[in-house]
Design a protein around this ligand. Structure first.
Ligand code: NQM
Length: 341
């Protein structure tokens, strides 16, 4: 690949996130070289990402790398890369369920998976964590209908409580550390002196709160065995629902506050709500029908998550989880990385 002639990519909105989708074969195979090219594509490091195509926010500084699957049980490999905005980093330590919504359509666009009328299912290996998901979407005439919903369903991880406990204490507060696809710390908003209904901007401007969140995050990184990961864990503050949903959420990701909530972040929070004794479960108004989706309220509206615990398992474990997203192809072309220094 010569960078001078650019790199083919499709820019997509995946759920509430946005970023370029690449075929792995169009990027350098060496990880350090690949990450360097990606930072130059996105315009990192720069708070405005002005010399690249990043959107100057963690939710729009994301990249999907897709290739035919090496695993016979799945169709494609999806590697998610979170790219720093002002800070120079590329990390593969987390999944992204929002960008996942665009992976099936991208696989069809690039001919990795044939479209089948009226709908196509793509089995996706989540390279970051070794988990898997299936995306099912409408392909009525052999091409993707981007106006139709995309159903994402997730296989169950073996362990969803990374510390082995339902409740831990972080900076003196009860916390549930959970990972059903996304390492997440669940706290009660009230324990942190906020209502949990503030806007992301109000929460980010609350210095006493952000200082405390930073301490909680450091403790959680160690306790959850994550090590050093600039985008983890997510920290969700729960409050009682106020728009007819199951619970209200505000999520630090982990420095900026999410404008909505991540997909696997939502799956992880919803899972915690079903575990007896988990922090914040007592604030939830669970639906009367046991299999009905849980509605997580967030700053921009709400998201419905279906999740079922396995009643036969001795430790909390899910049987399945899923939700519906949309994605849209915004632009297809060639991106030109900023020249290497
Ligand atoms: O949790 C943002 C997003 C995400 C992650 C973040 C996501 C997920 O909204 O699966 O989608 O938590 O950094 O894209």
């Amino acid at each position: 690949m010569s960078e001078d002639s650019g790199i083919p990519c499709i820019l997509m909105r995946g759920g509430t996130s946005k970023g370029p989708y690449f075929l792995a074969s169009d990027l350098p195979s060496d990880t350090a070289e690949r990450d360097d090219v990606i930072m130059r594509v996105m315009g990192t490091p720069d708070p405005r990402q002005i010399n690249g195509i990043g959107g100057a926010h963690p939710l729009t500084s994301k990249v999907a790398v897709v290739s035919p699957s090496s695993d016979p049980d799945t169709d494609v490999d999806y590697l998610f890369l979170q790219v720093g905005v002002a800070e120079a980093f590329v990390t593969d330590k987390q999944n992204c369920g929002n960008m996942l919504a665009g992976v099936g359509p991208f696989a069809v666009e690039r001919g990795l998976v044939p479209a089948v009328a009226p709908r196509t299912s793509v089995r996706i290996h989540l390279v970051n964590t070794g988990e898997s998901a299936t995306a099912t979407f409408s392909t009525p005439d052999g091409s993707v209908d981007y106006c139709a919903p995309i159903l994402l369903s997730f296989a169950s991880p073996a362990e969803i409580l990374p510390t082995g406990n339902v409740v831990d204490v972080l900076d003196g507060l009860d916390a549930t550390c959970i990972d059903n696809g996304m390492p997440t710390v669940v706290l009660r908003a009230g324990d942190l002196g906020v209502s949990g209904y503030e806007s992301p901007a109000e929460l980010e401007a609350n210095e006493a709160l952000t200082t405390r969140i930073a301490v909680i995050r450091q403790q959680a990184l160690a306790l959850m065995g994550i090590g050093d990961a600039p985008s983890l864990p997510k920290i969700s503050l729960l409050a009682p629902p106020r728009d007819g949903g199951t619970v209200s959420t505000r999520t630090f990701i982990p420095v900026r506050v999410h404008e909505a909530i991540g997909v696997l972040g939502a799956v992880s929070v919803a899972t915690a709500l079903l575990i007896p004794g988990a922090v914040g479960a007592e604030l939830a108004r669970l639906p009367a029908e046991p299999r009905a989706p849980l509605r997580l309220e967030h700053p921009a509206g709400s998201v419905d998550v279906s999740v079922e615990l396995d009643p036969a398992a001795d430790r909390p474990r899910t049987r399945n989880a899923g939700l519906v997203r949309t994605a849209r192809k915004l632009f297809e072309g060639t991106v030109f990385p900023r020249p290497a220094a």
